[in-house]
Structure formats: structure tokens, C-alpha cells
Write a protein that binds this ligand. Structure first.
Ligand code: NAD
Length: 420
């Protein structure tokens, strides 16, 4: 009896030296409800995850949910300026795995993005966005079942680093004067003093650790290729270097398991069942992904490209309401939907909770609780086969039964509970 109590005590998740979580039977998982429609999708998601865990492991395993404050709820409860309390960052880091609703960021004024700050402060350097087709979903493609992409977006650098100066400020003008001196010596270009400036940092270290994580994921999960997506033709020293560094780390650490597409094309090497590493220019990649999705598996790309690509890719498999995501570092992971807080739908109980439910599936897989994740996927597929969907999918499907966000979550729980 004593032993059972000890075993069922909630514990934090620890990490091994390979960056993999060691999940106890009763892990403490942190959560942030989020802003806008965040609390609605979270309320629909949590019972689905709990039901799947309970069903899969017959009550032997359970998640202990620990709420952390951020965004509007934190400001409401703790006061102005408290949108990202230090305690939240500390606990996200300490407990290791969390599930988060979207948080609102004001455009052009106010504070910097809470989402970006969390990723940078906890060094969650890989933003991982799977784009997979679930049978019966609507799609603009004739063969959506050919879409099975996982986008690895670098999460800490690029123009997202937030190093920027507004037009007309004293420090901006000072910076422009210095830049103009350098530019004059180099090629005679110059910037107008009215220019706003943003910096695009891209380092070998950050690029290589992202590409390495993508390669490892592809090898461990049986993907045939990793594609480096970039604008290196235009931004040679940043995105061009991203590609070079990517090939370099692959050659250094994985030469026995990875083959470069260009070597294959030149007949310089034989395939031998190895993972193919290739690269594509970002604009081309947008059309490739639509016309020949079957030729792509894992994609590794700098921050901004990854942001654009993942929303576009989501449209191939039902839209943003079906797009899960994760931000992962070496000993902390935060799972969240790809989309934002969709404020215009706030309080309407309308949006699709699948984005967060599927983020929960990714979280369960990451924890090693694959069986529970599979149950959720089966439940969603069953609902889609009956054309029971939220508004976003209903408007793309003939004869759909449109249900609310909370009803969809409730029906998913029922599906799981009645599974054999
Ligand atoms: P958004 O992603 O919130 O919404 C854009 C549109 O996508 C919505 O109007 C809706 O039509 C659709 N959509 C989004 N989620 C959906 C869902 N679950 N079901 C069905 N349809 C859905 O983008 P936005 O309106 O540009 O951004 C709103 C706020 O969210 C901004 O403050 C932005 O900074 C923030 N944001 C946060 C995150 C994050 O928390 N990681 C990510 C992106 C944007």
C-alpha cells in the first residue's frame, strides 16, 4: 500500500544526456491557458488527454496538471507589467514539459512577444511543427494523404531575435551613420537616415544544433529526407551560411547515415538506404510542398521561413485549426498550437481545439506515451469520418455537422471512452 502511494506521487520529469525526457508514471505537466480563444481550446483539450492516458494505461499513469500564469490572465491576477512572471519561466524550466495556449502580442507597440521571450529565455531552440493528414479531413490537394512533413524552425535567431530600431530615433540615426561609413568603404551603398533597422543574426552554433536535431528526428522516425530551406541565393552570409553549416554538421557527425542529394545526382555516391540531405530555396519550396509533397519529409529552416511555411503547410491538411507544434530545447519542451489567440472568436466557443489536442498528441509521444497519443488520433479520425467538425472544417466539407469547440472536445472524450 505504502509503495503504491509513493509510486503515484506526482513527480517532475527529468532528462537524459541525449535530451530525452525520463517520464515518471505521474508526471507534473505545466500549462498556460493562453489569451483570446486559448482558454476555450485548453478546456476542450485537457479532458481528451486525460481520457486517453486513463484508457491507454488503465489508471496506472496520470498527468498532474500545474497551472502557470502568463499573458492577460497574469496581468489580471498579478497587475500591470506582469504578463510574463519570472516564476512562470522558472517553473516551465524546472518541470521540463508544458502545454500552452496562444498568447496575444500587440502589433507595433507595447511589450515584446511573450511567446518569443519564453522560447529565447528557456533556449527552446527547435520549433517543431508536424503537418500530417488525418483521413476524411478537407484539403485543396487531390492527394492530401501524401503530406507527411515535419518542419524544424530555428527558434532563437533571425529577424525574430527582436534586435531592431525604429525609424527616426537618435540611436537609429547613429547606427545608420556608422553603417554608412562602412558601406562607403565597401561598395558605395548608403541608407537614408529615415530608415528603420532590424538585425538578422544567424550563427553557426544555432544553425547546426537545429539541423542536427532535425537529422536525428528523421533518423529516429524513419523519414527518408531532410531538406534545408533557405534564401541563401539572396542572403548569402546568413541563410547561405545556414545551408553550408547544415551540410557541414551532417558530414562531420552523420556521414555513415546521411547522403547528400547533390552527390547522388552527380553519381559520386550510392544511396545505400541512407537519409537524403537536400536544400531548396524558400520560394520554390512553397510550390514544391503543394505540387510534390511526397518528396519532402523533415524540413529544417531559419526562423522566419519556418513561420511562413508552417501556416501554408497547415492549409494542406485542414488549416490552422489542425496545426500542432512544439518548442524544444535540450532539457525543456513546451507544446503549443501553431496559430495565435484568434481574438475575434474569443468567448464564442467556436474555434477548433484540434490544434492543441494534436499538440497534446505530440507531447504524449515525446513523453514516450505513444499508446495514449494513438487513441486520440483514432478518436479524431472517427469524428471526422462522421463529418463532425468545428466551423473551420465544416465550411470546407459537404454535409458536415458543425459543433462547438467544447462539444467537439466532449465527443472526442466519448469516442476514447467507448474504445475497446
Ligand atoms: P491567429 O493565428 O490567432 O488567427 C488567424 C486566423 O486563423 C483566425 O482568425 C481564424 O480564422 C484562424 N484560426 C486560428 N486558430 C484557429 C482555430 N483553433 N480554429 C479555427 N480557426 C483558427 O492569428 P492572428 O489573428 O494574426 O494573431 C492573433 C494574436 O495571436 C496576435 O497577438 C499574435 O501575436 C498572437 N500569436 C500568438 C502565437 C503563439 O502564442 N504562439 C502564434 C501566432 C500569433
Amino acid at each position: 500500500m505504502e509503495e503504491q502511494t509513493e509510486l503515484s506521487r506526482p513527480r517532475r520529469i527529468l532528462w537524459d544526456s541525449e535530451g530525452r525526457p525520463i517520464t515518471p508514471e505521474h508526471p507534473i505537466i505545466t500549462f498556460i491557458e493562453g489569451d483570446g480563444t486559448g482558454p476555450e481550446i485548453f478546456a476542450a483539450t485537457r479532458p481528451v488527454i486525460d481520457a486517453a492516458v486513463n484508457k491507454a494505461y488503465g489508471g496506472k499513469r496520470a498527468i498532474y496538471w500545474l497551472e502557470l500564469l502568463a499573458g492577460e490572465k497574469a496581468t489580471r491576477e498579478l497587475g500591470e507589467g506582469q504578463h510574463l512572471p519570472e516564476e512562470t519561466l522558472e517553473k516551465l524550466d524546472f518541470y521540463g514539459i508544458g502545454l500552452k495556449g496562444p498568447l496575444t502580442t500587440p502589433v507595433g507597440k507595447g511589450f515584446r512577444s511573450i511567446n518569443v521571450t519564453i522560447r529565447q529565455r528557456l533556449d527552446l531552440y527547435a520549433c517543431i511543427r508536424p503537418v500530417r493528414y488525418i483521413p476524411h479531413l478537407p484539403s485543396p490537394l487531390r492527394h492530401p494523404e501524401r503530406v507527411n512533413l515535419v518542419i524544424f524552425r530555428e527558434n532563437t535567431e533571425d529577424v525574430y531575435a527582436g534586435i531592431e530600431w525604429p525609424a527616426g530615433h537618435r540611436s537609429t540615426v547613429e547606427l545608420i551613420n556608422k553603417l554608412n561609413e562602412l558601406l562607403k568603404q565597401e561598395d558605395g551603398k548608403s541608407l537614408s537616415l529615415e530608415t528603420a533597422i532590424g538585425i538578422k543574426p544567424m550563427s553557426k552554433f544555432a544553425s547546426q544544433r537545429l539541423v542536427e536535431k532535425a537529422i536525428r528526428y528523421a533518423l529516429e522516425n524513419g523519414y527518408p529526407s531532410v531538406t534545408l530551406v533557405h534564401k541563401g541565393n539572396i542572403m548569402k552570409y546568413t541563410e547561405g551560411a545556414f545551408v553550408e553549416w547544415g551540410y557541414e554538421i551532417a558530414k562531420e557527425r552523420y556521414s555513415h547515415r546521411v547522403i547528400f542529394e547533390k552527390e547522388l545526382q552527380m553519381g559520386r555516391a550510392s544511396f545505400d538506404g541512407r537519409l537524403i540531405l537536400k536544400d531548396r530555396i524558400a520560394d520554390n519550396m512553397f510550390q514544391q510542398m503543394i505540387l510534390r509533397p511526397e518528396e519532402y519529409g523533415v524540413i529544417a529552416t531559419p526562423n522566419l521561413n519556418g513561420d511562413y511555411l508552417s501556416d501554408a503547410a497547415a492549409a494542406l491538411v485542414g488549416g490552422l485549426g489542425m496545426a500542432p507544434g512544439a518548442n524544444i530545447g535540450d532539457n525543456c519542451a513546451l507544446f503549443e498550437a501553431t496559430h495565435g489567440s484568434a481574438p475575434k472568436y474569443k468567448g464564442l466557443d467556436k474555434v477548433n481545439p484540434c490544434s492543441l489536442i494534436l499538440s497534446g498528441v505530440e507531447m504524449l509521444r515525446f513523453m514516450g506515451w505513444k499508446e495514449a497519443g494513438e487513441l486520440i488520433l483514432r478518436a479524431l479520425e472517427s469524428l471526422f469520418s462522421k463529418r463532425i467538425v468545428t466551423y473551420d472544417l465544416a465550411r470546407q466539407m459537404e454535409g458536415a455537422e458543425e459543433v462547438s469547440c467544447s462539444r467537439f472536445g466532449g465527443l472526442a472524450v466519448e469516442e476514447i471512452e467507448k474504445m475497446a
